[in-house]
Design a protein around this ligand. Structure first.
Ligand code: AMP
Length: 113
């Protein structure tokens, strides 16, 4: 199976701005930001979507949220931000490699539908 778009960015094969990296995950700036801060937190392991994750991924999924929190703190979001995971095409997912959207830096409306 070929690498996902996000893995290609992590490997430096296509351009992207990596803002965080550890042994389990990495984070990049979204190319089409929907807020002043829009960062994607992505596991190194390629899991297509949350509904494909298994019990062995429980710690990894928790790690993504923990890293999201740390990145939010580093961007001075004042504990006001949104974390979003789209699961499946009909929920708006376009890149099939799990990622948490971290959105902040302005007041956010709530209109997910
Ligand atoms: P989703 O629609 O939840 O799958 O989110 C995919 C996100 O990836 C969107 O917010 C896109 O703007 C973003 N995206 C797509 N291509 C790139 C890229 N080359 N570099 C950074 N972000 C990207």
């Amino acid at each position: 199976m070929s690498d996902s778009l996000f893995t290609k960015i992590r490997k430096g094969e296509i351009p992207g701005t990596i803002v965080y990296q550890d042994e389990l995950c990495f984070a990049i700036e979204d190319i089409a930001p929907q807020a002043p801060i829009h960062i994607l937190i992505i596991p190194i392991k390629e899991i297509e979507k949350v509904s494909d994750a298994s019990e062995e991924d429980i710690n990894l999924l928790g790690h993504l949220l923990h890293v999201s929190k740390k990145i939010a703190q580093n961007h001075n979001l004042d504990n006001n931000y949104r974390l979003v995971i789209n699961n499946g095409a009909r929920a708006g997912q376009t890149v099939f490699h799990i990622h948490v959207h971290l959105l902040g830096g302005k007041s956010l409306e709530w209109h997910p539908a």
